[in-house]
Design a protein around this ligand. Sequence first.
Ligand SMILES: [Zn+2]
Ligand SMILES: [Zn+2]
Length: 185
Amino acid sequence: MGRRRPEGGKVSATALLLDEVEEGLSRRQLKLDPAHLELGEGEFHLVGPLQVGLRLNRSGQNFQLEARLQGRLEGECCRCLEPVGQELEAVLQVLLQRQPLGEDEREAAEEDEDVELLAPGDKQADLKERLREAVLLELPLRMYCRQDCKGLCAECGHNLNTGACGCATAQGDPRWSALRDVKLS
Ligand SMILES: [Zn+2]
Ligand SMILES: [Zn+2]
């Protein structure tokens, strides 16, 4: 969300430069490389840039921010292991407060997880952790190529979505085979 400033150091890609935010309502569209969120090694990965729609409402030293992230998630089907992808959408809402607060106000703000307190001299707010959490919340536990994916044959590994294999019908519940062998006398 930031940009590189030629004169001084690098601004994190997830930082909001507070003094550049205009008073009142403003919107921005940005692209964010998912690598900046350091999501770690998961079963699924985000490909391509995340599209970030940013809605800001500044009132003095209060910055109400809403970020909508959209990206594409890729991984494999948990049943048949074929590659699958799906869209991912995450929303972050936070109120950034950059002003001195009274003790009561401060306590209330610290308890509210949708509020982030900034020091009066802060030039930027790094949203990395909050964006990261918002995305992690939306990651599915599992992905399926389709709802009724038949998975792989436990015997031969054949993808049963493409048709039956020879061993599929020969299987049976082994618990019953013992009974089948009992001869009634
Ligand atoms: Zn599948
Ligand atoms: Zn088989």
